[in-house]
Design a protein around this ligand. Structure first.
Ligand SMILES: *Cc1c(COP(=O)(O)O)cnc(C)c1O
Length: 503
């Protein structure tokens, strides 16, 4: 057996992750095995690098600042040409998530708003009070959409740069709150395994131990297991509305009741759902309570740059009570640069993004959001039914508009590869293996949902007739999903990031 075969065998082995990590340490110490793994990942990287630099031959690459400034008209011309090549797929509705509105006229409007505000910076609230106005109103509008009216508590928050920052801010806040009010020095947080990777990031950045609890059979958080995992160092529980992978809403009421009883935090990650679930509920679809109307929910993240239809770069983090938000704030009083404070991670920020977010929200209005939610849910109904009518594949759980599906008889990644060849860009997920499509306004265009189902049916028929074809990414996904040596997978991802930064 050569090393490649050993690696193949390892991929198929089911071993305990802790043992795998142990084995990995020793395997990596064997130079021959290490070399073989590197050879294989390098081969993968060559292909990936090519796909990352499609313009290398057609446009100038700058390794150094050009001696003479490039003609501005040329800059604009090149960028327009590149944009033209890049926008077709998402514009026509072939992409999962990513661009949530994307209508030409609406984008023009946002661009105009950005241009008007392009020099403003919320760090200088004295010079740009308009930024403060926009942000205060974004937070208030978001809070009132998310149950602030149904509680006596003050719901307050901040505008951040995106879902990840909103989550990081909330986690830092709980860490400092628990240290200050409960003396907890070794904090842990209990998180369903379907919660967004941003919680892992927070755990790594802020030294919070992450206790991941496997999802229940319905793909939602396992309340009993979470309850059992709580100990004296637990500072918060997390639930998603809905989860990114499978689009299902965790049992927020149950989790919040437990959190309240234990006097710990309860963060609801509504990055994906915050700006669409309220309208879906209002349309009459069944949506279990998930916001501040639920007693015990102490914070939420909700992305304006997703279904709020703002430009990329804004999100809202909300807290129950001003006391909690105080733990998020940063102040320095003795710096020679003067008195310094900033509510979020960044110092200077793009006031234009907040202005654009504010403009998107008031221009959409309740009627605009309702109409968008209605269209998205109608497309989702067509797609869910279409998947259910297709042999070999089935929908995971009971999602609303972010729909994951898998197969017990076919390799779902081969189905994804076929869909990719048809122009689709849908997400490959794992543990368990599935793919998902997160529907946006792009998918509500005439015929998109029907094309998706027709292509899916063709894909299933093709893979059924030709199983095991390995000319796409299916083997990479397969390996990444099942290889017990997670360090190898992690290194591969790091190499990919290196490739992103290559000129
Ligand atoms: C998108 C998303 C996030 C992270 O948001 P970014 O804006 O990409 O940082 C977090 N949680 C869920 C459920 C999401 O869908």
């Amino acid at each position: 057996m050569n090393t490649k075969e050993i690696i193949d065998k390892l991929t198929k082995l089911k071993i305990n992750p802790k043992i795998a990590a142990f084995v990995e340490k020793y395997i990596n110490a064997i130079p021959m095995v290490k070399r073989e793994i590197e050879k294989q990942t390098d081969e993968m990287m060559i292909e990936l690098e090519k796909s990352l630099r499609p313009y290398r031959d057609d446009f100038e690459s700058y390794r150094e600042i050009p001696t003479n400034g490039v003609d501005k008209e040329q800059v604009i011309k090149d960028m327009r040409a590149i944009k033209e090549m890049e926008s077709k797929r998402w514009k026509e509705g072939y992409v999962s998530g990513t661009v949530y509105h994307g209508n030409d006229e609406f984008v023009e409007f946002l661009n105009e708003v950005y241009a008007i505000n392009s020099q403003s910076n919320p760090l200088h609230s004295d010079l740009f009070p308009s930024s403060s106005k926009f942000e205060a109103e974004i937070i208030s509008m978001t809070a009132n959409m998310l149950g602030a009216k149904n509680t006596r508590d003050t719901i307050c928050g901040s505008v951040s740069s995106g879902g990840t920052e909103s989550i990081l801010l909330a986690m830092k806040t709980y860490r400092d709150w628990a240290r200050d009010t409960k003396g907890i020095k070794k904090p842990n947080m209990i998180v369903p395994d379907t919660a967004h990777a941003a919680f892992d990031k927070a755990a790594q950045y802020f030294g919070i131990k992450m206790i991941r609890i496997p999802m229940a059979d319905d793909y939602r958080a396992d309340v009993d297991a979470i309850k059992k995992a709580i100990n004296k160092n637990t500072i918060l529980l997390v639930g998603s509305a809905p989860t990114f992978p499978h689009g299902v809403i965790d049992p927020i009421e149950e989790l919040a009741a437990i959190a309240k009883k234990k006097n710990i935090g309860m963060h609801v990650d509504a990055c994906l759902g915050g700006f669409i679930l309220p309208w879906i509920a209002k349309l009459g679809y069944p949506v279990a309570p998930f916001d501040f109307s639920v007693d015990g929910v102490t914070s939420m993240s909700s992305d304006t740059h997703k279904y709020g239809y703002a430009a990329k770069g804004t999100s809202v983090v909300l807290y129950r009570g001003m006391e909690l938000r105080n733990y998020q704030y940063f102040t320095v009083t003795d710096w020679p640069g003067g008195l310094y404070f900033s509510p979020t991670f960044a110092g200077s920020r793009a006031g234009a993004l907040s202005a654009t977010c504010w403009a998107a929200m008031i221009a959409m209005g309740e009627d605009g959001y309702m109409d968008a939610a209605d269209k998205i849910m109608k497309a989702a109904t067509t797609i869910k039914q279409g998947i259910r009518d297709t042999p070999h594949v089935y929908v995971f759980g009971n999602p609303l508009w972010d729909i994951s599906f898998g197969s017990d008889s076919l390799n779902i990644y081969e189905i994804m590869d076929f869909m990719t060849k048809k122009g689709w860009n849908i997400n490959g997920l794992h543990k368990p293996s599935c793919i998902h499509i997160c529907l946006t306004l792009r998918h509500t265009q005439e015929g998109v949902a029907e094309t998706f189902i027709a292509d899916l049916q063709e894909a299933v028929a093709y893979v059924e007739a030709n199983p095991g074809a390995d000319d796409g990414l299916a083997p990479v996904y397969g390996m990444a999903a099942t290889l017990p040596l997670r360090g190898v997978v992690s290194d591969l991802l790091k190499k990919y990031m290196d490739a992103i930064y290559k000129v």
